[in-house]
Design a protein around this ligand. Structure first.
Ligand SMILES: [Zn+2]
Length: 130
């Protein structure tokens, strides 16, 4: 264990971009196996190589910069996906709708009949059936 720690000393290690590349590589190899495509297999090897190269790299500043650029693209997508997942999880107990004036997503408990809703963003008041 100490030898591994010595080997990894001064190296970048894993980050969100490395994990995304790992998942992309695994997805590509699964797709390549499904369609028995050698081009996609080669592509998955390239992605795995880039992933390992980033983890073993000693240029920490450049790898951090790459990860930062990746997160600037990925974070809004991840946030949208997470809110969709939360909406799916909560659809049994909550009703989701948009504010008619500012399009803000609002949730209200289900089965309460007609309720007066005040938008938390623009303070617009409207009646909604839940
Ligand atoms: Zn609103």
């Amino acid at each position: 264990m100490n030898r591994f720690r010595m080997f990894m000393m001064g190296r970048y290690g894993t980050d969100q971009l490395s994990m995304a590349l790992l998942i992309l590589g695994m997805t590509l190899s699964f797709v390549a196996e499904t369609f028995s495509s050698s081009i996609i297999t080669l592509l998955s090897y390239i992605v795995f190589f880039i992933c390992i190269y980033r983890i073993m790299s000693r240029d920490i500043a450049l790898r951090s910069q790459e990860n930062y650029k990746f997160l600037r693209i990925w974070s809004p997508i991840n946030k949208t996906l997470q809110s969709k997942v939360n909406m799916l999880k909560g659809r049994k107990y909550y009703k989701y709708f948009k504010c008619p004036s500012c399009k803000q997503m609002i949730r209200a408990p289900k089965g309460k009949g007609k309720i007066a809703v005040t938008c938390p963003k623009c303070k617009n008041k409207f009646i909604k059936q839940t």
